[in-house]
Design a protein around this ligand. Structure first.
Ligand code: DP6
Length: 435
């Protein structure tokens, strides 16, 4: 007889932003990259994906999945199938080896996943989404400690390459590996969040009407056509991984910033070297580069050190990294040159209370005092209000968290975190229906 219990787990997982970029696959089906990469995990208190997975014999229609309340067909996604099948397979072999374990690997699954940030913000959600899916199935099936976090990252990698790095907090390397079966292509922790907790990020969400080339397609176009990408893979990234490792270990922000910006520019040069060329950055993105370069130039003249790093993924948004003490000045600079950005004031820098949000028209932001003496205020013009749409201030964060786990009446964590109701359907839809 089938197990009559319903098993449920809910986990959250963070976003990560690479400072040495992953761009190119040597195996598109297993998602094996052409180079190593390294990222900073951002705080889930501000940006996260949450997933609930529920297993029950009562789910007669088999496995089902809802993303932000909308049902997706699991069978249409090789990536979803790979992550679910891998986790199930490990659970099944554990059940076969240990008769005392509940037989849940064959039970149908209902999975609900949500992001707390609007996809419209232009932030990639696949990394946190697949990391949350794998962390949740690992929690549901109690796969750890049989599987290590790096083992789980190998599964999440098959959902989306960058997702493997969201299985860890702090500073994370994805080792590309050499094995054709992908067994050594996994994420490892370079340093935990506690190593450098003062590192913060200011995400500048840039307005952009057109839909860009998705990274999955863009990177394979680069692999097929860009000679510069081949140079990057062989001659640029290996040295940069070593330099970045040193910068993180020594908490050397100046070196961290130099390597981060060089790598972002090299990646975007490879996009431009692709045939046909791919443009991810727009005029606003480039103006932010000019502003930060001038700020760093004048700062180096005064103190010998850079104060901010910019990096851009496959889109126009800038992610600025800076030490906590530098952020108020960076924020004031950005708000001066790019007025009216909606701002989530999570660290109460503007004094209206933590988590205050500033929406729409705002008083002009003066240039901050204490800028380096030779800073050229005319380096860029004050832009059209709203050309930076939104600013999100966050910091380095930890890895996935289990928010709730239950087998019928046995509850651990907060049941309110669950996205699946007792009937096995998404609570979000039921909440929406009630409104
Ligand atoms: C520019 O991980 O989204 O953000 O593996 O095809 O899902 P797939 O691609 P994805 O690519 C991310 C590319 C990047 C750089 C990075 O995050 O390292």
């Amino acid at each position: 007889m089938a197990d009559p219990k319903t098993y449920t787990a809910t986990c959250s997982a963070p976003v990560n932003i690479a400072v040495i970029k992953y761009w190119g696959k040597r195996d598109t089906s297993l998602i094996l990259p052409t180079n190593d990469s390294l990222s900073v995990t951002l705080d889930q208190d501000h940006l996260r994906s949450v997933t609930t997975a529920s297993a029950s014999a009562a789910f007669e229609a088999g496995d089902r999945l809802w993303l932000n309340g909308i049902e997706e067909q699991i069978k249409d996604s090789k990536r979803l199938l790979a992550c679910i099948q891998e986790c199930r397979k490990v659970r099944k072999s554990r059940e076969e080896a240990d008769a005392s374990l509940a037989k849940m690997s064959d039970l149908p699954l209902h999975i609900c996943s949500e992001n707390n940030f609007p996809t419209a913000a232009g932030l990639a959600s696949s990394a946190s989404g697949f990391a949350a899916l794998v962390a949740t199935l690992a929690s549901l099936y109690s796969l750890q400690p049989t599987l290590s976090t790096s083992d789980l990252s190998r599964i999440a990698r098959q959902g989306s390459g960058s997702a493997c790095r969201s299985l860890f907090g702090g500073f994370v390397a994805w080792q590309s590996g050499t094995s054709p079966d992908g067994s050594d292509s996994l994420a490892v922790e370079v340093a935990p969040k506690s190593h450098w907790p003062s590192l913060q990020a200011l995400i500048c969400v840039v307005s952009d009407a057109k839909k860009g080339t998705p990274s999955t397609a863009g990177m394979q176009q680069s692999v097929a056509t860009s000679p510069l990408l081949q140079h990057r893979i062989k001659n640029v990234v290996p040295g940069r991984m070593v330099e970045m490792g040193k910068a993180v270990q020594a908490k050397d922000f100046d070196l961290f910033a130099e390597v981060t910006m060089n790598d972002s520019n090299n990646f975007h040069a490879c996009a431009l070297d692709t045939s046909p060329p791919i443009f991810y950055m727009n005029d606003t993105s480039r103006a932010i580069v000019q502003l930060i370069e001038e700020y760093n130039r004048s700062s180096i003249e005064e103190t010998g050190k850079r104060r901010v790093a910019y990096t851009y993924d496959a889109g126009p948004n800038a992610v600025l990294y800076a030490e906590e003490k530098e952020v108020p000045t960076v924020l004031a600079l950005v708000r001066h040159y790019f007025p009216n950005a909606d701002f989530d004031d999570t660290f109460n820098l503007l004094g209206a209370g933590a988590n205050a949000s500033h929406r729409g028209a705002q008083a002009p932001a003066e240039l901050p005092s204490g800028l380096p003496k030779t800073f050229n205020k005319d380096i860029i013009q004050v832009h059209q209000p709203g050309s930076v749409r939104r600013l999100i201030h966050t910091r380095v964060g930890d890895g996935p968290r289990t928010l709730h786990k239950a087998a019928d009446a046995d509850n651990v964590g907060d049941e309110k975190e669950s996205l699946v109701g007792p009937d096995g359907l998404p609570l979000r839809l039921q909440r929406a229906k009630r409104v």
